[in-house]
Design a protein around this ligand. Sequence first.
Ligand code: CMP
Length: 139
Amino acid sequence: AKERTLSIIKPDATRRNLTGAINAKIEGAGLRIIAQKRVKWKKKDAETFYKVHKERPFYKDLVKFMTSGPIVIQVLEGEKAVAKYRDVMGATNPANANKGTIRKEFAESIEANSVHGSDSADNAKKEIKLCFKAAEIVG
Ligand code: CMP
């Protein structure tokens, strides 16, 4: 079924001018970018978005990284968009990512891994609601 997922192009990727290359991979896979904005997160924004990871050892560094430069937040729509985008992104750790995926081609490390994508349809709904007003999403 048609579904939506939240995508974030992370600071390591915007810094290296990879927004267009990443969007080409997204659109090439048949996903539609139905909302997109470039923003710079404050500490509080990153802490709120990643609060499920609060107890993890990488949380503090992650918040620092995600506020280190501009990010591009997107809503992607398509058939099985959550799973499809996870395929397009590749494994969290680029060392384990398949050939042709965004993370295999572009990621610098397990932290600076170029993109985020929702891990379930349920979390996608929550993340989209947190990041976008309804009027900013044009399907
Ligand atoms: P993301 O899919 O955005 O979800 C959590 C983020 O934490 C992850 O991508 C990485 O950017 C970062 N991270 C850093 N270290 C780890 C780790 N050991 N395991 C998972 N995520 C990590």
